[in-house]
Design a protein around this ligand. Sequence first.
Ligand code: ZN
Length: 531
Amino acid sequence: MTDRITLFDTTLRDGAQTLGVDFSPADKTAIAQALDSLGIDYIEGGWPGANHTDDAFFGAPPALGRSTLTAFGMTRRPGRSAANDPGLSALLNSGAPAICMVGKTWDFHVDVALGIERSENLAMIGDSVAEVVARGREALFDAEHFFDGYKANADYALACLTAALEQGARWVVLCDTNGGALPHEVEAIVATVAETVPADRLGIHCHNDTGNAVANSLAAVRAGVRHVQGTLNGLGERCGNADLVTLLPTLALKMGFDVGIGPDGLKRLTQVSRWFDEHLNRAPDRHAPYVGESAFAHKGGLHVSAVAKDARSYEHVDPDAVGNRRKILVSDQAGRSNILSRFADLGIAVAADDRHVDRLLEEVKRREAEGYAYDGAEASLEMLARRMLGQVPDYFRLERFSVTDERRYNARGVLVTESEATVKVRVGNRLEHTVAEGNGPVNAIDIALRKALEPHFPTLAEMRLVDFRVRILHASEASGAMPRVQIESANGDGARWSTIGVSTNIIDASFDALGDSFAYKLYRDGVVAPE
Ligand SMILES: [Zn+2]
């Protein structure tokens, strides 16, 4: 039987401490449901009694199928009984079936931060766990600053764990609260702790301050812990928490543990990770292990021909196992094998000796010399290839566009800058002529173009422009400076794609990138060009 590792997600509690992240109760519900659909064992929803958001969330908790909703809080205050502690009551009243309480285990913190007798701190831990267990809930104990505490006074740190375990805590979780521990220290300390505490009741909670949150968690697992805490995409204050999205496949695929989510759960990992970033309105990390867009991307010609023969030659796991996909990048160094693999990837059947392969390769090289870079703009590459093969209908044809920018004082005397775009496009045999205002020239063109196209292609309303990047090429030759515009678009279903445009005129480059993005969306939807 494979060893089972219990996963505990704290995205909604520790992750909510991330700078710039502010979850509403509705966000929390959506994220909890995504975690539940993956099959994560515990979902820590927040701290009841600490703020309105968490009260609202626990007041109307999401219906969970597989995950256990957990409330976070502190052990009882000094000098009170657990039964009369308002903080503890708020945890119990939240109705959460599991309760995770944090307490001190570092004698220095007990002496200085709390300023209480060390025996009272032990009693606070034991009493609180006993109260939670007596009220029929599962108790977990987060041993704050455990590794620093253990280094300072191992006996006392262990006594804190024992106090929780003796009163029935299901898990005692060793927290590297400051994130400063290193993997070899974690492995050595956990191994010693496991001589006293049963490893199947030990957990680990790591922060990424030395870039080792995942490595520390794995070191702890090697030393025996069977409960791992972390967050989606490594969210968390400062440098983040251990990234569950990296830990899950590593534990399952490389170390052979049962992480409770099964092969089907693992296959949903890429989608959940990207959905989460989408929900946070930030671009997913292309280089994220396992789930990043570049995680299984191959660029060098040599790599590509080897991968085409046997993927194991340059891939550490099968991308399919985590729901990701292999990606062949076409670039300046591209050889025929790159182009052929990319074609296969796009589902385009073409013979190795097809003349289109050489023509496309030539075209890509010519454009890259001009400043196009297709390694991050696959949708434009796909449009280029499919147009060359005659597969993309002529959805619309630009007759002309113009943009004006105006900076002026408005009726209220406020200085404003507004753009107005006029677009004339032909759709089938209809000529559309539209005008729109925007907060900038690209925005104005985007709106004007949508006005012209949406009556013919209603699905365009499902996509939006989410990122716009400009890079100046050949900046040293002032007269020859060339802006390269890259646009990222997102669809309602979570799909994202990037398109590119290059021109000496930035608006012109933007128009090309925008046009490619619309065409890609229509092609993807299988839209037929109107007569
Ligand atoms: Zn933490």
